[in-house]
Design a protein around this ligand. Sequence first.
Ligand code: SAM
Length: 218
Amino acid sequence: MRPFSQGIGMTSQRTRDRLVQRLRSKGINNNAVLEAIGSTPRHLFVDEALASRAYEDTALPIGQGQTISQPYIVARMTELLLEVKPDKVLEVGTGSGYQAAILSRLVDKVYSTERIESLATQARQRFRRLGYRNVRVQHSDGSWGWPQFGPFDAIIVTAGGADIPEPLLEQLAVGGRLVMPLGDRLRQILVSVTRTPTVYERVDLEPVVFVPLIGGGV
Ligand code: SAM
């Protein structure tokens, strides 16, 4: 882990606590999710130049035209997934690795795919440095899922698309939950899909804005 002084660590803890309070005031009430956000060093998932803004409730650039998602959205999507008590989760869109880091504190195994190789490599290095051992990252087009490790109890897509990729629906376990932003490039709606033995039940939630999902499985 990169050495940083205790002073900086303590400051981040205070700012993280403030972020947690803010998320609570916005309606996030799953304590396990709030605890994970309160103990994950988001400032180590962005460039040093942006570290001072890491605990604002906002998306930030991570290079390659991509973003680390807003903490509120990370918390919201995570609490939706946890409703089905997943052990094994697939994430499409590793980005900085922050969402996967939050999930890794709450479930047994996280499989995360990223189509931009440099981001996948950076995230892998971050997980190694910070000691996250239950996250596996693959540089791939995650719209095809990760069939080798499926089916998954939960799938989170952290990029927006017009439709849910068919391979992801196939790799969702019965009783499992998929959460994804659906819509056009400018704005989407967050949807939650639960697979029952006979159908996929879709619930439309709130408006969101994500970078696009780019892939062949869409
Ligand atoms: N979850 C990330 C985090 O915690 O930092 C934020 C993800 S960012 C909003 C969306 C990411 O999805 C980008 O890094 C982008 O390259 C990736 N992406 C887009 N289409 C993809 C695909 N088909 N397969 C895998 N990753 C994809």
